[in-house]
Design a binder for this molecule. Structure first.
Ligand code: AMP
Ligand code: MG
Length: 311
């Protein structure tokens, strides 16, 4: 499924082309002040699924959503006075806040991997800001590298890692920062260290950011308590047994389906909504039809196996 990857200097025409592709549900590589990001329309679940497909990530992690300004952020998440103070002081810039997610935000559930919190940032890089304006939607954007490879700070790093997987790379020169954004939670804990340090925040705002004991921070992938439904879940189900809500795929119909046509992009986009729906149903157990382990199917199965593991 190789595609032609073009790298364009990030001028006005290239940004317009990138926005057109975002509108069509593609993902596009774009420079930010931290590292290059792989951006897609955060309100379009299938577009977000294509980020995972391009990166070949073995599982789903919640993604950071980039917005143009604080007003847009407030339509998506809840703030309190302390997080508002952080946003006022450090946005635009390399600070991500993990906040309570509003139900009516319009953000696809794959972005938050089913969690009820959302990671938001207002980026400072002029190219990313221009793309946000031209696209007119919030952009989900993890680092633009294949899973397990180091984060890219130049367009040619992106090309080396994702060439043949994505259609367009906007070249805006080297990312100045090179270090991923600092992540702080709603309760002012440091979730990931980064360019904006707790001591600087203390000095500039008076706010105390709590660090993990001994200054150690957990590995990023373990930060989010991963969403899993609070009901037993059976995998590889060809039919529902008594008292089961069956999530179908392809020929296995079920009470609801990840994708009737057996499309893995559609299935990834629907995964968390289907799990929430199953959890909310009046049946005490959940069963899920087999999903092939190829491409995005591997990430879907990874998440389903975690959800099925006894806790
Ligand atoms: P990246 O986009 O690759 O820079 O990584 C995003 C980081 O944000 C990961 O470390 C995630 O675990 C973290 N993250 C995103 N959303 C949430 C959330 N809702 N709760 C906790 N951590 C989050
Ligand atoms: Mg990364």
């Amino acid at each position: 499924m190789a595609v032609d990857t073009v790298t364009l200097p990030a001028d006005e025409a290239a940004i317009a082309e990138a926005a057109r592709r975002i509108g069509a549900g593609e993902c596009v590589a774009v420079p930010t002040e931290t590292v290059y990001g792989l951006a897609a329309d955060a309100t379009n679940g299938e577009a977000v699924a294509r980020i995972y497909e391009a990166k070949a990530r073995p599982g789903f992690n919640p993604l950071i959503v980039h917005v143009p300004d604080i007003e847009t952020a407030k339509r998506i998440a809840g703030f309190k006075s302390e997080t508002d103070r952080l946003a006022q002081r450090y946005w635009p810039g390399p600070l991500t806040l993990v906040l309570p997610h509003r139900d009516d935000s319009g953000i696809a559930s794959l972005v938050t991997a089913g969690l009820n919190t959302i990671a938001l940032r207002v980026p400072a890089h002029p190219v990313m800001r221009a793309l946000l304006e031209a696209a007119g939607v919030p952009l989900a954007a993890p680092s633009a590298n294949a899973s397990g490879r180091i984060s890219p700070t130049r367009a040619d790093h992106v090309a080396a890692s994702l060439g043949g997987k994505i259609g367009l790379i906007l070249d805006g020169g080297a990312s100045e920062g090179g270090i991923e954004s600092t992540i702080i939670s709603h309760d002012l804990r440091l979730l990931r260290p980064g360019p904006i340090t707790p001591s600087r925040i203390k000095q500039e705002t008076g706010l105390t950011i709590t660090q993990a004991q001994g200054g150690a921070v957990e590995a990023p992938g373990q930060l989010a308590s991963h969403y899993a439904p609070a009901k037993p879940l059976r995998l590889e189900a060809m039919a529902a047994e008594a008292s089961e809500w069956l999530i179908g795929f392809g020929p296995v119909e079920g009470d609801a389906s990840l994708s009737r046509s057996g499309d893995l992009v559609e299935a990834a986009a629907n995964l968390f909504a289907r799990l929430h729906e199953a959890e909310a149903s009046d049946r005490p157990r959940i069963a899920v039809a087999p999903v092939p382990d190829t491409g995005l199917g591997a990430a879907i199965n990874d998440r389903l196996r975690r959800a099925a593991a006894p806790r």
